[in-house]
Design a protein around this ligand. Structure first.
Ligand SMILES: [Zn+2]
Length: 355
């Protein structure tokens, strides 16, 4: 199907006369296993007139099986899903898009910029990442490995969420209807450059542990926050990896939380960790975590500088074990310069930072 907008006479009768908030559809949480903390990725089934799935779980057979079981627990099967909303092109969120298309041909929605990223020519990506790897100071012996990781990741995501299968390319701020529910896209860069969170008015979580009933059945303002706002931790600022924008990971994260501060939500359905209600608190904690990151990178820079971002990162952690530290450190070095807390210069094609 290509058009998601239901006409007013297409309701199935369940909702009766229009008192929309009181009949706001409930949400079911489905977890699929991932091999890194916190061990799961959550997607959400909105039990609307036409079932909507926000994100599509982890990839491969294990993810497929767990998604099938999760849907089955609520009386659905993959072929029933009419709409799939993809928050961002990471495999633990788009892992089953392709399988859902095979099962039931849902309408697929994704951020337009994410789709363009998936359409990217791998050779072009290879070239940009090779150059950026040099600029951030990845040693020559490691460079080809790092570059191939980036290219493989692009190819993997394009397989799980084929760009040509995305029916609706969303722009930031778009309001759109899926399954009779109006969603609003909110651009949340930093963790991933193109990431969207989706806001909506929905009923209370049907089966979660966190049904405090604060707003009863009257409908709540909820946010499907993807990896932007999570409790009790902050998802890493990976942003663009070593692609264009590699130095923006931390500034984009601050920008994201700054703009999210202007919203308020009754309940948050995150991509990882528990469903929670203290939206404002989670944002402030995330900003504090970024502040801590800057402090840590600043003191490392005082220790090892002048140094390229790779060396600073490698001092902070074993990058082979925790590759995200590289992307956060690159962004933090640039942000420290932006704030006047560090300086930088180009030295033979490498960006070198000093405290
Ligand atoms: Zn992610």
């Amino acid at each position: 199907m290509t058009d998601s907008t239901p006409s007013p006479d297409e309701t199935d009768g369940r909702t009766g006369t229009q008192s929309a908030p009181a009949d706001a559809p409930p949400v079911h949480r489905i977890e699929t296993t991932v091999d890194w903390p916190p061990g799961h990725a959550a997607c959400y089934l909105v039990d609307a007139d036409e079932p909507v799935l926000v994100d599509a779980g982890a990839p491969e057979d294990r993810g497929a099986e767990e998604l099938r079981e999760g849907l089955d627990a609520h009386g659905f099967e993959p072929a029933d899903i009419a709409h799939v909303l993809v928050t961002h092109p990471h495999t633990d969120h788009d892992g089953q898009v392709s399988n859902l298309i095979d099962a039931g041909d849902p309408t697929v929605y994704a951020p337009a910029a994410a789709v363009e990223r998936l359409e990217r020519d791998p050779d072009d990506l290879h070239e940009v990442v090779t150059e950026n790897a040099r600029v951030v100071g990845v040693p020559e012996g490691l460079r080809e490995y790092v570059v191939s990781q980036a290219v493989e990741s692009l190819k993997r995501n394009a397989r799980y969420c084929p760009p040509e299968a995305v029916d609706v390319r969303l722009a930031a701020g778009d309001a759109f209807e899926a399954g009779g529910v109006t969603f609003e896209s909110i651009h949340c860069p930093g963790h991933q450059a193109d990431q969207f969170a989706f806001a909506a008015t929905l009923g209370p979580e049907a089966d979660g542990t966190d049904t405090d009933g604060a707003t009863g059945d009257a409908g709540e303002r909820v946010l499907f926050s993807a990896d932007a706002v999570i409790e009790p931790f902050r998802a890493a600022a990976l942003h663009a990896g070593l692609d264009d924008g590699t130095f923006d990971s931390v500034s984009a994260s601050y920008r994201c939380y700054g703009s999210l501060r202007s919203y308020s939500f009754d309940r948050v359905y995150p991509g990882h960790g528990p469903v929670f209600t203290d939206y404002a608190g989670a944002i402030e904690r995330s900003i504090e975590s970024l502040d801590d990151l800057l402090d840590d990178v600043e003191s490392t820079l005082a220790e090892v500088g002048p140094a390229p971002a790779f060396e600073v990162a490698n001092t902070r952690a074993d990058i082979a074990e925790e590759p995200y530290v590289l992307f956060e450190t690159i962004g933090a070095c640039a942000e420290l310069v932006e704030r006047g807390r560090a300086t930088d210069r180009m030295d033979d094609g490498v960006r070198v930072f000093s405290d």
